[in-house]
Design a protein around this ligand. Structure first.
Ligand code: AMP
Ligand code: GLY
Length: 426
């Protein structure tokens, strides 16, 4: 079967790497891809927003499945348009992608179906939002309603900070996200990412993972898309995973079905864990980045039949086996990220870094110019290692990082610190 993968980040390189191992795969194409994906797939320079062009490409190249990586094309209805053209797609419809595309939508759904989440209110104007903040305890969380590339969330320690966030939000600081906001209770605890494949009716949990959202060591500095991840996440015990499936994922799947907008794809729940119980912070309607990098390294089963079963509504026939080991990914980003950063510096030493057979280097923002690898985005590489213990994979991943010669980049040096601490205590 020929597959078209949409996206060009580290998540998509990891998906491409895993799909390329499938005995069922014919040709693998990727729009737009990156310098790493290019080594295992044919990258095609199409505009992802031009759905007619994507459909034409699929028909011309006998594409059996389109795997949509990022959220923007989902919210823009690419899966709907593909299905209308009788092309199978892995990824939710425009309506179902509202679980990620509108925080207010998801909060209302949680309220209606009793899904545990932070207490909240929705606002469409600044003065009402400020009046509400004045009555609430601190810290308090201000969120732009729509997609804001991870930047639309402010955890305000003072009321003035909250008022400023409200003004910025309604002033258009988060683009199209400015029309509405959600103000919610601050949740204390430890965060974890939880993924389940969903075919509209059935849900199949994936292995557990945790990422590191803040840019600097010790979880300091602004939020990013994710600076590193590891799997499994010890905090997600089998009992807690079962509870999350029962209390959060299953009611969401039922609710989306009941509303006539069934969710198909991967449901990514951002969770806050405290005292053995989980609350939903937010949903994403796609795989996590860099969580996918560690999950794909640990997935033993073929990915392609599972993604196809999601698209066809046949997930109940699928089981997934996982390697009983540990994976960890260190993201290397351009200096300045998640703020302004320069593009165009050369990344060297990748071959030496990837010499260890237990290391995979997934590319994110890279491109190839006259045979050289050039940094072309904020997050540029995901150096990912497998091994028996978290301490072992951590030193393996950093040994590979240290072979990469890229003065324009940086990374956190403490990925996995919570898990290493836990292991040391045992
Ligand atoms: P979101 O885009 O909703 O995932 O928020 C980004 C990050 O902000 C989350 O990963 C959390 O670290 C933090 N965050 C969001 N909502 C809350 C909350 N209610 N309480 C505490 N932290 C939060
Ligand atoms: N790792 C966070 C995300 O994919 O949104």
């Amino acid at each position: 079967m020929n597959v078209l993968l949409i996206g060009g980040g580290g998540r998509e390189h990891a998906l491409a790497w895993k799909l390329a191992q499938s005995p069922l795969l014919g040709r693998l194409y990727c729009v737009p891809g990156n310098a790493g994906i290019e080594e295992i797939a044919q990258c095609v320079a199409l505009d992802v927003a031009d759905h007619a062009a994507i459909i034409r490409f699929c028909k011309e190249n006998l594409i059996g499945l389109v795997v949509i990586g990022p959220e923007a094309p989902l919210v823009a209805g690419l899966a709907d348009d593909l299905e209308a053209a009788s092309i199978k797609a892995f990824g939710p419809s425009r309506h179902a992608a509202q679980l990620e595309g509108s925080k207010g939508f998801t909060k209302d759904l949680c309220a209606e179906y009793g899904i545990p989440t932070a207490a909240y209110r929705r606002f469409a104007d600044a003065s009402a939002a400020k009046a509400y903040v004045a009555t609430q305890s601190l810290p308090i969380v201000v969120k732009a309603d729509g997609l804001a590339a991870g930047k639309g969330v402010v955890i305000a320690q003072t009321r003035d900070e909250a008022y400023q966030a409200i003004d910025e939000c309604f002033g258009g600081a988060f683009g199209a996200a400015e029309a509405e906001l959600v103000i919610e209770e601050f949740l204390d605890g430890e965060e974890a990412s939880f993924f389940a494949l969903v075919d509209g009716e059935n849900a199949l949990p994936l292995a557990t993972a945790q990422d590191h959202k803040r840019v600097f060591d010790g979880d300091k500095g602004p939020n990013t898309g994710g600076m590193g991840a590891y799997s499994p996440a010890a905090i997600m015990t089998p009992a807690l995973c079962a509870r999350v499936m029962q209390e959060i994922i299953a009611p969401t799947v039922r609710a989306m079905n009941a509303r006539g907008t069934p969710f198909k794809g991967v449901l990514y729940a951002g969770l806050m864990i405290k005292d053995g119980a989980a609350k939903l912070i937010e949903y994403n309607a796609r795989f996590g980045d860099p969580e996918t990098q560690v999950l794909m390294l640990r997935l033993k089963s073929d990915l392609l039949p599972a993604l196809l079963a999601v698209a066809e509504g046949k997930l109940s026939s699928i089981t997934l086996d996982w390697h009983d080991d540990v994976a960890l990914c260190v993201v290397m980003a351009a200096k300045g990220y998640p703020g302004a950063y320069a593009k165009g510096s050369e990344v060297k030493g990748l071959q030496a870094a990837a010499a260890d057979p237990n290391v995979e280097i997934f590319h994110a923002g890279t491109k190839r110019e006259s045979g050289r690898i050039i940094a072309d985005g904020g997050r540029v590489l995901g150096v990912t290692a497998r091994g028996n213990t978290i301490a072992e994979v951590r030193s393996r991943a950093y040994a590979a990082v240290d072979k990469i010669d890229w003065p324009g980049g940086f990374c956190r040096r403490d990925i996995g610190f919570r898990a290493v601490g836990r292991q040391a205590k045992k």
